[in-house]
Design a protein around this ligand. Sequence first.
Ligand SMILES: Cc1cc2nc3c(=O)[nH]c(=O)nc-3n(C[C@H](O)[C@H](O)[C@H](O)COP(=O)(O)OP(=O)(O)OC[C@H]3O[C@@H](n4cnc5c(N)ncnc54)[C@H](O)[C@@H]3O)c2cc1C
Ligand code: FES
Ligand code: FES
Length: 487
Amino acid sequence: MAATFEMHHVQQPGRSVSIVHRPADTEEALRLLAENPSRRPLAGGTDLLLDLQRGGPGAAVELVDLTAIRGFDTFAEADGVLRMGGGVTHNQLISYPGAITKVTPLAQACLEIGSPQLRNRATIAGNLATASPANDTLSALIALDASVQISRWSGSAIETRAVSVENFFTGFRATVLSDGELITRIDVPMLQADQRGLWVKLGNRRAQAISVIHAAFVLTGDGNAVTRARMSFGSVAATVSLAHGAAEALVGSPLGEDSIAVAADAVAAQFDPLDDVRATAAYRKQLLGTLVKRSLTALRDDQHLDGWPTAPPTLSFASISAADAASVIEDDEEISVTVNETVVSGGSAAQLTLLDWLRDKATVDGTKEGCAEGECGACTVQLNGQAVMSCLVSAAQADGGTVVTVEGLATESGLHPIQQAFIDEFAVQCGFCIPGFLVAGASLLEEIDAPSDSDITLGLSGNLCRCTGYYPMVTAVKIASGQEVDR
Ligand SMILES: Cc1cc2nc3c(=O)[nH]c(=O)nc-3n(C[C@H](O)[C@H](O)[C@H](O)COP(=O)(O)OP(=O)(O)OC[C@H]3O[C@@H](n4cnc5c(N)ncnc54)[C@H](O)[C@@H]3O)c2cc1C
Ligand code: FES
Ligand code: FES
């Protein structure tokens, strides 16, 4: 009798995409979602594209690309509230003037998400909609008392409701969002003169780490006494939750060793933490108390902004608008992209990632596939003036855009300075990761003329190398920027 084999889940083909709609405004996006509730909103794609790939075969899906909506990623301030469009990315928030003091915990959370390339695509609304308790902005938004504006097309007009982020989650990875609804705005009350905030994360490594625990703190008070406290915790239960009792214990007295210890014990007692691959429940429980003590002490001692870089590198250096992009890209339809200054056309754009499209349809194969899930940075390219992980971008989203790959760094007059410096500093062994490092490094040099060591470390934090080691690479970037290095 013939043996039957089942494919391992990583061998199975994922869900294919039949159509990518690219609406130009919010109303059109909401109409498209109302017409066919099985259509899925696509923002940065850093969760959704992987979900489709990993979800196994099924009926082909249609996506509604929110990155095509004009003005969906803008900011406004009114009545002490920072209003962010539903398309604001983590890097846009980090770069927003004064974000670190206006919405401290949110800025700190956004800077800890994934890597610079990921943060150039991934949105805060996408982080909310995915609703994993490990999602880092959730604790920050809850502690800051933020709310979301949710919109849908009623058939004749846009209907909108407001929901506090605290009440947005209904369970593990579940929210109040219904089919056809979009988060169109996120409203975050800005910290006032008598408030200060802090967000902290414990992960198993410095970058690209899912939180073992993340927590956010917002305290109100005049120095003599805390008058209000909000503390929220993620990655410990099915949803991100506030510690109400512990917060109340802080109110009415100044922050002192005793009140901090009481609050730390109360938080540890409130949660019955998760036990998973990242940490045991016992470790998390122990950690909760320690984390609360350290965070409240930092707030008391005015150390809550320590470690924030003066100008965090984003690997985003220009804003290039896509030209002549199609509003619907079907199945195996062609797109046109300016790749290394030459317009290239190729098909299957709805079905492919930008990485696969570049390699298979545009025959630009310097860009490498390492992990195909946003972890290694080997696929880094510049898209419209930003470094991105091309394995996490739908090719349809690049239609009409401008891409620079490793092949586009050199000019007729010679190698790009970063290429020459990598050779001179022996920063290459097998070379597989190098196209990604070079494009990330060149993007950093476009953004910052003379990056410091910490700028370079942060700028390259999305790229992994399995053989060379990172010191020669950091030196090479420094030399390429024309700076002296200590030998
Ligand atoms: C390598 C890697 C590292 C990561 N590291 C972190 C990390 O450190 N911390 C962390 O919190 N997350 C991390 N993530 C998860 C992910 O990047 C974030 O959750 C991101 O913010 C999702 O945003 P997006 O724009 O990419 O969403 P998408 O993938 O486009 O969408 C995600 C979901 O949200 C829905 N959606 C998107 N926008 C809207 C909207 N406006 N209204 C309604 N629904 C919407 C989509 O339909 C989809 O269901 C990581 C992911 C990867 C691949
Ligand atoms: S990050 Fe894209 S291939 Fe690894
Ligand atoms: S040089 Fe081999 S993986 Fe980096």
